[in-house]
Ligand binder design. Structure first.
Ligand code: JFZ
Length: 433
């Protein structure tokens, strides 16, 4: 064989290896889980770990240049005796959320679950000695909420995470290590998570971006997960179009297609189910000084805007080191939940509506019903482009008040009754079959 041909074949094989799980065909259970996921629309993100003790966010080890030896001293101080799984799951439910995604391991490498593979975990290294993920998994099952795990591929604690990437370089680790050994360790912990906690909603990966040129053996890891639990959905926060083997696409701090965050400058929207995540203040992990809380109005509108772009909203809380959730978060989640209680029909199980975002708001739809989400409109009369079929009836969702309608100059004209919802007034428009 000619050199060039051999090289071409080699390159082909090599690129296939890099292509995550080539030839991945999602199982019927997986496809069904994707449908469930798309209808769920609203989830709770939880960032919780030993970093919570310092109240300076989950990046504190890296930001404050703490070496592993110093950072490890946080574990004896982490004793969340006030943690109550039933309270957390009930709060998620009260907010109208259908699933929870919690950090099983963040970049600091600390396992928030019982693992045989390293003593750097909540059961062996803290006075708490219990496995909160176990309690959460059981409570989620009891209350009908799905549980996902956020798992960091990036690790600032393991000496085998080597060569190192862009972060975690001040952890004081040796200048040697075996990356494949690290990946074996990561796969081992994933095996524990997918074996010991019942059916898991999925794995939310993060940290790939720390070493974009490394061979992460994504295919092997994804196959392990899909073999253990075919219905578990895999997503990866690499800010690129999904790789084969991934089951949903996620966006961070931007709506799908949005480019406000630097790391989303190249992001494109693909074909898989979508999700976007955001914080209530500016922090993922508990930050005691960050008081820039978004209002319930902003949070509801973000959720609705995501739904109007076919995406789920994964809204984050960073619980305190004692296991409680700060009152500012609880209040806001309850207020969002009150709105969802009255208007959930216009969010769950909907897809993007027939009219793209407008200055007044957005649209969602389900079957032959279109929901107009009116965020801001000073007048009582509103005209929108013609809908796909004739309007049969229109009413204010949750109140049942009729909304009068006429067509004029190729537009649908609605006259809104007195009294608007301060977050989002939903007009439920039923179209002719
Ligand atoms: C990542 C984490 O680093 C962060 O701690 C949090 O868990 C969030 C949900 O996900 O955030 C990122 C990821 C990538 C970049 C920036 C923040 N990036 O590529 O610049």
């Amino acid at each position: 064989m000619k050199h060039a041909a051999r090289l071409a074949i080699l390159l082909c094989v090599f690129s296939l290896l890099l292509q995550a799980q080539p030839g991945y065909r999602p199982s019927p259970d997986n496809l069904q889980a994707r449908q469930w996921f798309q209808q769920a629309r609203f989830g709770m993100f939880i960032h919780w770990g030993v970093y919570s003790v310092l109240g300076k966010g989950e990046w504190v080890m890296n930001n404050d240049k703490m070496p592993v030896t110093e950072y490890e001293k946080l574990a004896p101080r982490f004793n969340p005796t006030d943690f109550n799984a039933a309270e957390w799951v009930s709060l998620a439910k009260a907010a109208g959320m259908k699933y929870i995604t919690i950090t099983s391991k963040h970049h600091d490498g600390f396992a928030m679950f019982q693992t045989k593979l390293s003593p750097w975990n909540i059961v062996d290294a803290t006075p708490y000695k219990k496995d909160p993920l176990k309690m959460l998994a059981e409570e989620c099952r009891r209350q009908g909420i799905k549980l996902f795990f956020y798992h960091s591929q990036l690790d600032w604690h393991s000496p085998d995470y080597f060569p190192r990437g862009g972060t975690g370089v001040t952890a004081g680790r040796p200048e040697s290590g075996d990356f494949n050994k690290y990946l074996d360790f990561m796969d081992g912990q994933l095996r524990e998570l997918l074996t010991n906690y019942g059916p898991i909603g999925g794995i939310w990966f993060d940290g790939w971006w720390d070493r974009p040129d490394a061979n992460w053996r994504l295919g092997q890891t994804y196959q392990l997960i899909h073999d253990l639990q075919p219905a578990a959905l895999i997503g990866n926060n690499h800010h690129r179009l999904p790789n084969p083997g991934e089951d949903f696409q996620m966006f961070e701090k931007d709506l799908p297609g949005g480019h406000t965050a630097d790391f989303n400058s190249e992001s494109k929207v693909g074909e898989l189910p979508l999700e976007t995540c955001e914080t209530i203040n500016g922090a993922w992990g508990y930050n005691s000084s960050d008081k820039r809380f978004k209002s319930p109005r902003q949070l509801v509108q973000y959720l609705v805007k995501a739904a109007a772009l076919n995406a789920n909203f994964l809204l984050n809380i960073g619980p305190m080191p004692n296991g409680k959730i700060q009152p500012e978060f609880v209040e806001r989640l309850q207020q969002v939940g009150d709105w969802m209680g009255r208007n959930g029909e216009s969010v769950y199980g909907t897809t993007a509506g027939p009219i793209t975002a407008r200055p007044w708001g957005v649209t969602t739809q389900k079957g032959n019903v279109v929901y107009l989400h009116i965020f801001d409109w000073p007048d009582s009369v509103i005209a929108i482009p013609k809908l796909p079929r004739a309007v049969k009836s229109a009413q204010i969702l949750g109140r049942g008040t009729a909304v009068s309608h006429s067509t004029y100059l190729d537009h649908e004209v609605f006259k809104l009754p007195e009294g608007r919802d301060p977050y989002d007034t939903v007009v439920k428009v039923e179209l002719a079959q």
